[in-house]
Design a protein around this ligand. Structure first.
Ligand SMILES: [Zn+2]
Length: 366
């Protein structure tokens, strides 16, 4: 138990523990790192340490993991499950109540988790208002109150309200803002926070971790997953290669169609399978991530760094596609992909925007 369980990013963890050792912990902390790099895990560990009733002795602060406080906080360790439960609970409400209910996770009186609110999957102003209504009350267990925003996708009004809290936070409270891209926050929010970075691990580090924790996987699978996980421990350990491979197959169809095909029947058959709703969203997210890794791999090939290719098992196929592109096309494709993602946040009909994406990428005859 304790910080020793956090894998990688040793220096950042040391820095966090040194900050915890000092009496004043920053009130605003931006924690940035790729999906699955342990941002949420780390904030949970910090929350436990700040509120642990029986902290283990040692040169730097730590948490016991077994006291009531640690256990209450740990009840939200599995974020995905807790989040789904909260969303389902809201679905069960009467229509009028549903509209006014925002999603929160809370398993400890002084630790409030603020996830993105569906269907837009953004932080909404009512969520920040709820934080404001609670942050100026003293922590009930008497130690430190913690507010964890799990995404930087925020409605404009929500971001402005958050800024006001960060301007005058009470001494006993800390707001954690988790993000894959700190640039998404208003500069005025960034300037009121300290930023901590969880760097991706090297593929070799991930591979040796998988050899210990996923020894049931065949060695070639471990090797491939260590590349595909993008250096994120959480992603690597829970990697679903079958789902990823299925998404990648569709991603290849889409890119092939954009780059070579005269007729788009394959493409439309593929995008037909992507529909709105929660399940459709998960599937589309997978597809977009697969397209993203393929575009990135093409860029590695074109820039003469084939050793960085992540989809190493299909490198020849990617090389063929890459030969049909240039840097300009790859840059445009990445930008369009970002637009599709933004469109999904606004809940645009999914298959439609995928078709438009592929159409927009078609190579114009020179
Ligand atoms: Zn404890």
């Amino acid at each position: 138990m304790g910080f020793a369980e956090f894998i990688g990013n040793h220096e950042t963890i040391e820095r966090v523990r040194e900050m915890l050792a000092r009496a004043r912990f920053p009130h605003g902390v931006i924690l940035s790192g790729p999906a699955g790099s342990g941002k949420y895990l780390l904030t949970q560990m910090i929350a436990k340490t700040m509120n642990c009733l029986n902290p283990p002795p040692g040169p730097l602060p730590d948490f016991c993991g077994v006291c009531t406080s640690c256990q209450e906080i740990a009840a939200a360790d599995d974020f995905e499950t807790k989040f789904e439960e909260a969303v389902e609970a809201r679905e069960g409400l009467r229509e009028t109540d549903k509209k006014e209910t925002r999603i929160f996770l809370q398993t400890h009186p002084d630790v409030l988790i603020i996830p993105p609110d569906p269907p837009q999957m953004m932080i909404k102003v009512d969520q920040v208002r709820h934080v404001i209504a609670n942050i100026y009350k003293r922590p009930r267990m008497g130690k430190h109150s913690i507010f964890i925003f799990t995404t930087s996708a925020m409605m404009k009004e929500a971001a402005n309200s958050l800024l006001k809290v960060l301007e005058e936070p009470p001494e006993y409270a800390t707001l954690f803002l988790l993000t894959t891209n700190p640039g998404e926050f208003l500069p005025t929010i960034r300037s009121r926070c300290i930023t901590l970075q969880l760097a991706p691990l090297q593929p070799q580090e991930i591979e040796s971790l998988l050899a210990k924790r996923r020894f049931d996987w065949p060695a070639p699978t471990r090797s491939l997953v260590s590349r595909l996980s993008g250096g994120a421990v959480g992603r690597a350990l829970s990697f679903d290669l079958e789902t990823y491979t299925a998404a990648r197959k569709d991603a290849l169809t889409l890119l092939n169609s954009a780059l070579t095909a005269q007729d788009h029947s394959d493409l439309f058959r593929t995008t037909e399978g992507y529909r709105a709703g929660a399940e459709g969203k998960a599937k589309t997210d997978q597809l977009l991530r697969a397209i993203y890794t393929l575009l990135e791999d093409m860029l590695y090939l074109k820039s003469g760094t084939p050793q960085l290719v992540r989809n190493a098992d299909i490198a020849p196929e990617i090389a063929k596609l890459a030969a049909l592109t240039d840097f300009e096309w790859l840059a445009a494709a990445s930008q369009r992909l970002g637009e599709v993602e933004a469109g999904m946040r606004r809940n645009v009909l999914r298959s439609l925007s995928l078709d438009a994406f592929a159409a927009a990428l078609e190579r114009q005859p020179a």
